[in-house]
Write a protein that binds this ligand. Structure first.
Ligand SMILES: Nc1nc2c(c(=O)[nH]1)N[C@H]1C(S)=C(S)[C@@H](COP(=O)(O)OP(=O)(O)OC[C@H]3O[C@@H](n4cnc5c(=O)[nH]c(N)nc54)[C@H](O)[C@@H]3O)O[C@H]1N2
Ligand SMILES: Nc1nc2c(c(=O)[nH]1)N[C@H]1C(S)=C(S)[C@@H](COP(=O)(O)OP(=O)(O)OC[C@H]3O[C@@H](n4cnc5c(=O)[nH]c(N)nc54)[C@H](O)[C@@H]3O)O[C@H]1N2
Ligand code: SF4
Ligand SMILES: [Mo]
Length: 699
């Protein structure tokens, strides 16, 4: 028997930061369990963590650079790969200008210390304005609301779930997603504890989700109508004079403006559109206002919709006018050991919005990026500034961004593409060179971003479990080599040294935090519950919270116009997505442990709708949007509201030329072959995944 050791680390898969206890030998994983001593997660894990073993041992995982040739993929040396990438990028930028190279960064970037630390130097070495990321199919509205109201894009209020008396969850399904923009390992356990101490939580969702099943109340809502619901709740609160800003009174402005705006949105006026009765809306408003402490939390379902920006603004407004912002049991701000907000603000960098517009569709820039919904247009539309080469880093936009088929067409025509990715998948297959990095277990881990969003301040660092082989490279080594190839300069420091430097500037000056200290605490160090920090941590110029930023106040006109035009409905359905416990966006469908059991890529449809269309459970149907058509089996369930259907995102692995053998066998279809890249929240540029109209036909 080989030497068995135990390694403790944080799971890098989702935002929950669960501590893991991994038994292993020098080369193999024996078991993966929750780390009961983890100061934050206290032993909680989900099935995905156990699949880290499958990911690690996956035969399809790439380890050496690949080059596309006429005879197929060829393994090449790292030196050859780096040289060739740098030469091609330089050639294209010389010929067409710097903006001819596009960059897309996917979700795992924010879970990866190396990509976080070396990403911006690499991006600078490209010098392009054509930058994109998964932010604009996700949380972009949160950042813009924070930038406008609190003066910093990363000042994201975090629900104080462990102390609140009432939580209103809109468009989030944390029982499955484990929470997002809110790091709270064992989210469901925390919700149950809330109920146990006499509190209540309420869910607003077009589907009776796994979270709704635990809730004290659940209301179906017509997709995309959340801005109206929030305005109606705010209307009732002002109308009944339940508003009370408490300690924030001297630190806010714009109260009269938001009051005047809400005046037009009484429950009587808007309830029929929302699909929640006026009395129910009044009940929600009353419960929220009367609770000793309350917090509203809105996630992906309200961010990726036509008025996503407005929704996130109004959620903050609701928390503020009921005196719950910056208050125990309401929404609080974190103070992480590495205080990215404070550090960036000290150098004058608080974020940016709409400094420039995208070339083709004139969409607003955010933090140096354009909305990814317009990426294909920027590649396919001729003219100065057209993208001729692409770099993707840990992203699979073919499956994860709207109108994936259009993006495939765009990628196909590129002069050069490079993918930094661990798989040959639906996106990386278009690359001329693939640069595969090490796996999560082969790299050191520190959550720079998720400590920033956590419901408690903790800090934790883990070394790599397995040493990389000589043929492999870490993500940070790849970025560093490419940066050097492009700019002649590389970062002399290793990630651990950079981390140490950041820890030296910690606000926890008495804790003696350093990488060395953290190594001695493999279960993490607790830094205490979130605390009130305003007005000290307001970064607006006048040091006031802006309750009615101009861009949002003006957007109300668009909301009103939209209401007047209305929508025609004729045996058509609104298509929404759904997350499943054993998926992680598009990239974990090759893990055996997660792919057992019945078919998961199905179209959920309400029994009444199925009867109307004369459909039987599990039969195949064609789902048709004005963009495309897919075929998929149906699952009849009263869990979804009538008039709405749902397909999980991240499937569609039938495309030719990939190397993910298990995923290909359970291919499913991609919801983003149906979604339209022109359907966006025009204010923020975020993708709108709650407006896709489809018809359904038996096949
Ligand atoms: N219709 C619809 N579309 C959606 C959503 C939805 O709900 N509905 N959700 C959206 C959301 S919230 C998100 S975040 C996006 C995600 O969008 P993306 O980030 O574009 O997609 P992922 O599926 O996360 O792809 C991650 C890629 O990174 C690779 N990878 C994994 N780990 C590593 C690593 O350590 N290093 C490197 N170099 N590569 C790695 C994987 O192989 C995969 O190719 O999808 C969005 N798209
Ligand atoms: N198991 C698993 N966990 C994950 C992921 C995963 O793929 N799988 N992905 C991770 C990522 S990248 C993210 S961003 C988070 C997302 O975390 P969540 O936001 O919690 O994830 P979703 O399950 O997409 O929840 C969105 C909810 O919004 C609902 N919804 C859709 N349209 C509307 C609407 O118009 N109004 C309202 N009120 N609701 C609507 C949907 O029915 C769904 O229940 O999850 C993370 N965790
Ligand atoms: S909930 Fe997220 S962080 Fe926790 S074990 Fe599952 S995938 Fe990992
Ligand atoms: Mo996401």
């Amino acid at each position: 028997m080989k030497d068995v050791q135990t390694h403790y680390r944080t799971c890098n898969l989702c935002e929950a930061m669960c501590g893991l206890e991994i038994e292993h030998t020098e080369t193999d994983i024996i078991s993966i369990k929750g780390d009961k001593k983890d100061v934050f997660s206290k032993g909680h894990i989900c099935p995905k963590a156990v699949a880290l073993k499958d990911l690690f041992h996956d035969q399809d995982r790439l380890k050496t650079p690949l080059k596309k040739t006429a005879k197929g993929w060829k393994e090449i040396s790292w030196k050859e790969a780096f040289d060739e990438v740098a030469a091609n990028i330089k050639k294209i930028q010389k010929k067409y200008g710097r903006n001819a190279v596009g960059l897309y960064r996917g979700n795992p970037n924010v879970h990866n210390l190396g990509l976080m630390l070396y990403g911006s130097a690499f991006s600078k070495s490209l010098g392009t304005q054509q930058k994109y990321s998964a932010t604009s199919v996700d949380q972009l509205p949160h950042h813009i609301a924070s930038l406008q109201m609190f003066g910093h894009q990363m000042m994201i209020p975090v629900p104080d779930i462990d102390r609140t008396n009432y939580m209103l969850i809109i468009g989030g399904n944390p029982a499955v997603s484990n929470g997002s923009m809110m790091t709270a390992p064992n989210f469901s356990g925390r919700l149950k504890a809330l109920q146990k101490r006499g509190g209540k939580f309420v869910v607003i969702d077009p589907r009776h989700t796994e979270t709704a099943k635990l809730a004290d109340a659940h209301y179906f809502i017509n997709p995309g109508k959340d801005a109206l619901l929030l305005l109606a709740i705010i209307h009732v609160i002002f109308d009944q004079q339940w508003d009370n800003l408490n300690a924030l009174v001297p630190h806010t402005k714009g109260l009269d403006i938001i009051k005047a705006i809400a005046l037009d949105f009484s429950p009587e006026k808007v309830a029929h559109e929302i699909g929640i009765s006026k009395n129910e809306i009044k009940t929600i408003a009353k419960e929220f206002a009367e609770a000793r402490t309350a917090v509203c939390y809105g996630r992906l379902g309200v961010s990726t919709q036509e008025f996503g920006g407005t929704c996130q603004w109004l959620i903050n407004v609701l928390n503020i006018i009921t005196g719950n912002l910056d208050n125990e049991g309401g929404a609080l701000f974190t103070l992480p050991a590495i205080d990215l907000v404070g550090m960036s603000a000290a150098t004058g960098k608080t974020g940016s919005f709409n400094r420039r517009q995208s070339r083709v569709n004139k969409l607003p820039e955010f933090s140096g990026e354009f909305p990814v919904a317009t990426l294909a247009d920027e590649i396919l539309t001729d003219g100065e500034g057209q993208i001729k080469a692409m770099i993707t880093i840990a992203g699979n936009p073919v499956l994860s961004t709207p109108n994936g088929a259009q993006l495939e067409k765009a990628f196909e025509g590129l002069e050069f593409m490079v993918a930094i990715d661990i798989y040959l998948n639906e996106t990386s297959k278009f690359a001329h060179i693939i640069l595969p990095s090490t796996n999560g277990l082969e790299t050191a881990h520190y959550d720079l971003i998720f400590h920033q969003l956590a419901v408690r301040n903790t800090t934790k660092y883990n070394e790599a479990l397995f040493r990389r082989t000589h043929e492999q490279r870490h993500d940070w080594e790849i970025l560093n080599a490419l940066t050097e190839g492009l700019s002649g300069q590389k970062n002399p420091a290793a990630p651990e040294h950079m981390l140490d430097y950041l820890l030296q500037h910690t606000p926890y000056t008495t804790k003696n935090l350093s990488v060395e200290t953290l190594k001695k605490h493999p279960h993490g160090i607790d830094l205490g519950p979130l605390q009130s920090c305003l007005p000290k941590r307001l970064f607006t110029e006048d040091k006031k919270i802006n309750l009615a930023p101009e861009i949002f106040a003006n957007d109300i006109q668009r909301l009103k116009e939209k209401r007047l035009t209305g929508e025609k409905r004729n045996l058509s359905f609104t298509l929404i997505g759904r997350r499943q416990l054993r998926n992680n966006n598009s990239w974990m469908h090759n893990a055996e442990l997660l792919m057992t059991g019945r078919e998961r890529c199905t179209l959920l449809i309400h029994p009444e709708d199925a009867t109307k269309l004369n459909l039987q459970n599990h039969q195949n149907v064609a789902v048709i949007s004005h963009i495309n058509r897919v075929e998929i089996p149906i699952e009849i369930s009263a869990e979804i509201m009538p008039g709405v259907v749902s397909i999980p995102h991240g499937f569609g692995h039938h495309r030719k030329g990939t190397k993910m053998s298990l995923a290909e066998k359970k291919a499913g279809v991609s919801i983003n072959d149906l979604t339209d890249s022109n359907e966006i929240d025009t204010l923020t540029g975020n993708a709108d995944f709650s407006r896709t109209v489809v018809t359904i036909q038996a096949t």
